[in-house]
Design a protein around this ligand. Sequence first.
Ligand SMILES: [Zn+2]
Length: 166
Amino acid sequence: MRQTSQPDSVQELYPTVCPHRGEAIDETAEWHPEIQVRQLVDQEVPSRTIKTTEYRAHRCSCSHCGRLVRATFPAGVDGPVQFGPNLSAHVVYLRIKHLIPERRIVEILKVLSGVNMSSATVATVCRRQAEEVRPLAPALQRQVAQGEAPKHLDETGLSIFAKVMS
Ligand SMILES: [Zn+2]
């Protein structure tokens, strides 16, 4: 995926504290023209509006120690361009809850939302989300082993199963 030259909105990010000795960065810092740019492509579901937010991290030389300081990007904005949390949740919902194959998810996103996502990216998004919820697994396994029924158990599958079996 490539960065767009026409983001829907731009957020200028400035460092506020120098990490080297903790001094506050103020207008006396020497600001540099070079900025680092990352874009987040996201969509509110079920809205069809795709929004690209560009984050521009500025850097300066600290007026106290003279060292370079750069603004930090928001959590999850890790590369030049990536899909945001709403689109990721949409993909996981289709892939995991509805067991829709990656290639068909690519088509659904393209036809219904105008989003171009490769099937490799669909797989990557699902893998990343799985890694994020993995820390919850031991607690859930303990609850099941101790016979504590989850409070919001969806029994749809069970009743379908019972019907199939009867
Ligand atoms: Zn400093």
